[in-house]
Ligand binder design. Structure first.
Ligand code: URA
Length: 444
């Protein structure tokens, strides 16, 4: 291998690096043979000079094979997972995984934790008392075969290079770079043993990607890697300017998911969930088209099969199923306070800033500032009024769930700063934007 200093120099000068060079570098870094100061310099050189599609694929390959790549070949069916690039109130996985499994497509899902303003599926699941996300790979495989769905956290064996690199990116201002983000996400997803993948690429204030151009580029890069690895991959571009659904925070989002699995219609949340389910059922080979898949998913909610699958999943993974049947009995769920419309105001909610509300919920206890922090499972915000809703004087706008009761007034003020009230209703833009599959965009 060329000396690491030569690689840093080459990248700094804009050279395109070969597959073997990148693979050797990542291998050596994972084995602690390259110090962080040299890897930091390499990351910044790549960030500033760019990585092309071949370099990004080589990076993904190297990160993927830095650890265990699970083989699910003995589990019958086309295994399909979904990945979201992260947002506020994004509880889609909790509804989607059991829903798709109930329709006959196995869903092996390995998820992450919340960080910064955006939530994480693992923290949401662990807010169900007793729920375990630390299954080993044998249990993961067996549960998928038996139940058709399994939801766990990243094991130490999966993509260790990503774990090391992500920590370094975090402290070297090299996180927001599409090739790194794509290699990081796809190395973990490809290690799960999937056959196909659906991506929910979020765009807007509460998303990683703030502009449509960036989000499209990320979707194309992610899907391109999936296809390169022989896994059919669909990406949907969805709006994340405002929180998805009404609940933000771990248990509040579980409660909303339970309600939706039981048939409650939260229109924006279910529109995104059904669109993703339709794609997964189509890729999984049980529906002739994504549209037919949506109809199947709607039937599985209406029949109760999706909720039943969620109950089975929670039971097998050690969670208290009584909480699913009686979510109102979850200790600590009661709000500490509420936010009320300003005196004398009559009008509409014209904006709810997803980023500001995600940050507020994190301050209230639902998230973590660093990966070492603990989360409060019941903290968060439950909106009573959503975008476009009319507001009358004294209407409750939101419930605040927090243990920091001394801060309630500050939280109320932050909530009011995060939303916009207007006298006239404004048009609400659709959640679903575009769909990308095999090199082509079409409207979703
Ligand atoms: N999520 C990941 O897993 N990795 C990134 O780099 C960004 C988001």
């Amino acid at each position: 291998m060329r000396a690491v200093i030569d690689l840093i120099y080459a990248k700094r000068e804009g050279e395109t690096l070969g597959r073997e060079t990148i693979e050797h570098l990542i291998e050596a870094y994972t084995a602690d043979e390259v110090p962080d100061y040299q890897m930091s310099a390499f990351l910044m050189a790549a960030f500033l000079q760019g990585l092309d599609a071949d370099e990004t694929a080589a990076l993904t390959h190297a990160m993927l094979y830095s650890g265990e790549v699970l083989d699910l070949a003995e589990v019958a069916g086309v295994k399909v997972d979904k990945h979201s690039t992260g947002g506020v109130g994004d509880k889609v996985s909790l509804i989607l995984a059991p829903l798709v499994a109930a329709c006959g497509v196995p869903v092996p899902m390995i998820s992450g934790r919340s960080l910064g303003h955006s939530g994480g599926t693992l923290d949401k699941l662990e807010s169900i008392p007793g729920f375990r996300t630390d299954l080993d790979t044998q249990q993961y495989r067996q549960q998928l075969a038996d139940l058709g769905v399994v939801m766990i956290g990243q094991t130490a064996e999966i993509a260790p290079a990503d774990r090391k690199l992500y920590a370094l990116r975090d402290v070297t201002a090299t996180v927001e770079f599409i090739p790194f983000i794509a290699a990081s996400i796809m190395s973990k997803k490809l290690a799960e043993g999937i056959d196909a993948l659906v991506l929910d690429v979020k765009v807007g204030k509460g998303a990683f990607m703030k502009t449509e151009a960036q989000a499209r580029k990320l979707a194309e890069t992610l899907a391109g890697i999936g296809e390169d690895f022989g896994k059919p991959t669909v990406a949907l571009l969805t709006d994340m300017n405002t929180p998805l659904g009404y609940a933000i925070g771990n248990w509040p989002e579980v409660e909303e998911s339970i309600a939706c699995l039981k048939g409650a219609d939260v229109p924006d949340l279910m529109e995104v969930t059904y669109a993703l389910a339709g794609e997964m059922l189509w890729l999984g080979g049980v529906a002739d088209s994504p549209e037919a898949g949506i109809a199947q998913a709607q039937s599985a909610i209406a029949s109760g099969a999706a909720f039943e699958k969620f109950v089975e999943l929670v039971e097998v993974q050690g969670g208290d199923v009584n909480m699913l049947h009686h979510p109102g009995q979850r200790p600590g769920r009661e709000p500490a306070g509420e936010v009320v419309a300003p005196d004398g105001f009559e009008g509409y909610i014209t904006d709810l800033d997803a980023l500001a509300l995600g940050q507020l919920s994190t301050r209230m206890g639902s998230g973590r500032a660093t990966s070492a922090d603990a989360v409060d499972p019941t903290a968060g915000i439950t909106l009573v009024k959503h975008l476009g809703d009319p507001v009358q004087p004294d209407d409750t706008l939101a419930h605040l769930h927090t243990r920091h009761v001394a801060q309630l007034d500050a939280y109320r003020q932050a909530f009011m700063e995060a939303i916009t009230l207007g006298e006239e209703a404004e048009p609400v833009s659709p959640r679903l934007r575009d769909r990308y599959y095999r090199g082509a965009w079409q409207s979703a």
